[in-house]
Design a protein around this ligand. Sequence first.
Ligand SMILES: Cc1cc2nc3c(=O)[nH]c(=O)nc-3n(C[C@H](O)[C@H](O)[C@H](O)COP(=O)(O)O)c2cc1C
Length: 357
Amino acid sequence: MMELREFISTLEKCGYLRKINNTVNWKFEIGEIARQNHTQPLLFENIADYPGCRLFTGGFSRIDYLGINLRLKMPVNRMSILAHIRHGLKNPMEPLYVQDCPDCLYKDADEVNLYRLPVPWWNPLDGGRYIGTWHLNITKDPFTGKRNAGVYRMQILSKNQATVSVSEKSHLAMHMENAERQGKDLEMAVAIGVDEVLVLTAASSVPFGYDEYSFAGALRGEGVKLRQCKVVDLEVPFEAEYVLEGKIKCGIRVKDGPYFDYAGKPGINPAALLFEVSSISSRADAIFRGMAAGRAGAEDHQLFYILSALNLLDFHGSALRQRIQNFFLRHRMYSLFQLSGRLGAMVKSIKRELGEK
Ligand SMILES: Cc1cc2nc3c(=O)[nH]c(=O)nc-3n(C[C@H](O)[C@H](O)[C@H](O)COP(=O)(O)O)c2cc1C
């Protein structure tokens, strides 16, 4: 594996990391600096109101950094990274189950407070603070017990509640549908600050039931180390900096947004899921990981480029929109990729308006 902190120190040794030690504000300032420096890994070491907390962003902002992360022989090129991932996809490697991480600190239900994490308000156009921007959402299918890891944005609503903005066709939405058929809440764990390869595999569109942890193990050449959660029956990466555990509430939908997204526009999901957190664990000196969306060519777009080149990208939109978005991504025309994302949203809202009339 390459834990997040090992990756950060490797980037530093290679001279790619920029440390920011002057005090920055979590409200708008971190997001603004991250968007202005969207091709560079940044470590914020002094966050106003959060003494001792650090935040990392930009680890995926250049494809070379993925090569470093995968420990590929330098200099790497895009073709060798893509070949490595293609090989991994066909050779999944089972995860390993290990004991609890030695420096984990737990906060139980009455101590849970999401506002104690250094979560930025990434953009003045956002409706609030987004805790989930570059992370894993882990759930199990209530019928089969099979696991899913995905990346679905999450906005803090209160000290123990957050949204989960899932598209209807996502695997988490399918797990939720199965839980609701039984009239039950759905257990979920959220791991923030994990091996970057895990985020790549979670964002991949792989068949329902295919284990993203095994995919990540294949890319690493060793099984991903997992630990058991404390209050839910789920497994999370052993080295995660922060883990939130709790339940998605049955039958409840809430508004998520506005959120300034990959397409460079603020979007709203009027029917997001509601996550209630009952336990938080963090490593000693935990490093928060997040991502400032909305800038053409930033790290989310680099990830989408990789996935698109591997046919592993699915925005769950129309086939035509998907083709257009893939075309722009594969040619690394990121501004046009954003524009196609905005057009898609426009068509959707026109359809909604017409449907309502
Ligand atoms: C940074 C980032 C943010 C994402 N946000 C969302 C989101 O809010 N909702 C969503 O449905 N998919 C989102 N995705 C895409 C999903 O992660 C992707 O569709 C993935 O395949 C979902 O996993 P699944 O196929 O297991 O459902 C995001 C991807 C990335 C990289």
